[in-house]
Ligand binder design. Structure first.
Ligand SMILES: *[C@@H]1O[C@H](CO)[C@@H](O)[C@H](O)[C@H]1NC(C)=O
Ligand SMILES: *[C@@H]1O[C@H](CO)[C@@H](O)[C@H](O)[C@H]1NC(C)=O
Length: 162
């Protein structure tokens, strides 16, 4: 569908067919429009309170002690701080579902201690699996994905990114 804003007050819809349902929210204020829209689609889920708090997320930590230092400095400075993220640094060679046993060995302990104080930890995963064939037979996410044929395809071959 192609939508063109014409000179005010007009709009043009060009479609290849189908049924068009139009809902017009008259407001008059933007807040009214949001309210009217919610009456049609329903209300969104209320997010957990902790997710509204201050969160510390960064890519590029070398090891867990660096994160622990940053975390402790933040707490010592009295900065409100509810969530610590771990970006893909914690992985072994940035492979999803692995843990870098040299530099992030104690991550499970960090998470347990950190969460004791009501804080939360978010572990980042990227939606891609390394396809390096030398990993075949050694990396279950790749092996299972290949045998279950779950990867996205482009022209019949597995779609590979950079
Ligand atoms: C962690 O990384 C920092 C920054 O590269 C380095 O100075 C420190 O020695 C490392 N600590 C450990 C325990 O490897
Ligand atoms: C594939 O993985 C092996 C082992 O981790 C590594 O030595 C090699 O450089 C990787 N090849 C590519 C193209 O990333």
């Amino acid at each position: 569908m192609d939508v063109l804003f014409q000179p005010y007050p007009a709009i043009t819809f060009r479609t290849i067919g189908g049924i068009l349902d139009f809902f017009v929210f008259l407001g008059p204020t933007p807040e009214d429009v949001v309210r009217q829209y919610m009456q049609v689609i329903g209300f969104p889920m209320f997010p957990p309170y902790w997710s509204l708090g201050y969160q510390l997320s960064r890519w590029g930590y070398n090891n867990l002690s660096e994160v622990t230092d940053v975390s402790q400095r933040t707490i010592d400075a009295g900065i409100p701080y509810d969530v610590q993220f771990f970006d893909i640094d914690y992985m072994e060679e940035k492979k999803d579902f692995t843990l870098d046993e040299n530099n992030f060995e104690n991550l499970p302990n960090f998470i347990n201690d950190f969460q004791k104080n009501g804080r939360k930890v978010v572990i980042i995963l990227d939606p891609a699996i390394p396809s390096n064939l030398s990993l075949k037979g050694k990396y279950p996410p790749l092996d299972d994905g290949l045998s279950e044929d779950i990867f996205i395809k482009l022209n019949g071959s597995i779609l590979e990114g950079e």
